[in-house]
Ligand binder design. Sequence first.
Ligand SMILES: Cc1ncc(COP(=O)(O)O)c(C=O)c1O
Length: 383
Amino acid sequence: MSSSQLAINGGQPVRPQGPPDWPPDDGEVREALIQAANDRSWGKYHGPHCGRLIDQLSAYHEGAHCVLCSSGTAAVELALRALKVQPGDEVILAAYDFKGNFQDVLAIGAVPALVDVRADNWNIDADEIPAAITDKTKAIIVSHLHGGVVDMPSVMQIARDHGLGVLEDACQVTGSQMFGTIAGLAGHVGVLSFGGSKLLSAGRGGAVISKHDDVIQRVRLYQQRGNDAYPMSELQALVLSPQVDRLEERNQRRLQNVGLLKEALAKEVGLTMFENTGITSDLAQPGYYKVGFRYDPSAFNDLTRDNFSTAMRAEGIALDPGFRSLHRIHSKRRFLAIGSSLPHANDADDDVLTLHHPVLLQNQDSINEIARAVSKVRKHSFE
Ligand SMILES: Cc1ncc(COP(=O)(O)O)c(C=O)c1O
């Protein structure tokens, strides 16, 4: 075996142990699980753990109301209903977004209106929103994705001008500072996800947050429907509580390591990190559930993005293709496309790569390994 050979061809990987696992080993979570076994709260419908998590999340989010639920996807549906989206209404979202958000709009019987994303961060372009507004438009879904930050002040101004509700999807940016508030509160209603790979992980779970009494009242109404229709369990709440206490410290560590990664990759062409042009760190701080990159195959001797990703995975680096753009994977009958060709969402579909976050809590050596693997794969692509 040669370390100079690509791992995919039998060489020694840059990171033989592979990407760090998630969630990490956590003594406090283990303690909490033992406690749940002892007091049998793990099997109860109601108990103290969901209540405590609500208090923690509410305190973290400036005293906003918080309703726990079974997933981020369920939270998006509840939030859309709380914004009074009805069958036949139109909901604006980015053509490059989490697929479940599109499906949630359809689940309500509403129509997704897809707008293009920005060229620098492939998040929804606020300038594209006005052209999508009709007399049927009810709400806008805004997701901050892969280290991208959406210009919330502009989105909120458009929403005010047209009387629309804004759902801020903070599933990828939980706890981040956004334009003078915390992610999820910059719109009328926000959603969080506690899926198994997320920054706060319980295998599954989600939450809806809002400072608006009427909005959260409607969330509760839809959630209960005579029973807890989208519940979070006591067990999920129990493992989340200790993680909330460490979220801010971990978010700062991730931010620092992304800074180091940017430096380490500074000389690498063909892999460009998402940029939030005009949004400085005093205005908003990106969250890093994934670090997004634009991949340019021409800098890697036309190695396809998917083959580059496979080679990086073999080197022990979790760098994967991004989402599929929504207009490319759904029948045209199911959505409205604003602008004829959605050019940047097409690029995103072809070119986005995302680095999974666990490595961002590791040391500088781990960050440098990412750059070493990129340079190794490039070198071999030209051989
Ligand atoms: C932006 C965004 N929104 C919503 C979700 C849905 O969350 P969940 O997996 O908890 O349903 C995800 C999950 O990855 C996401 O990335």
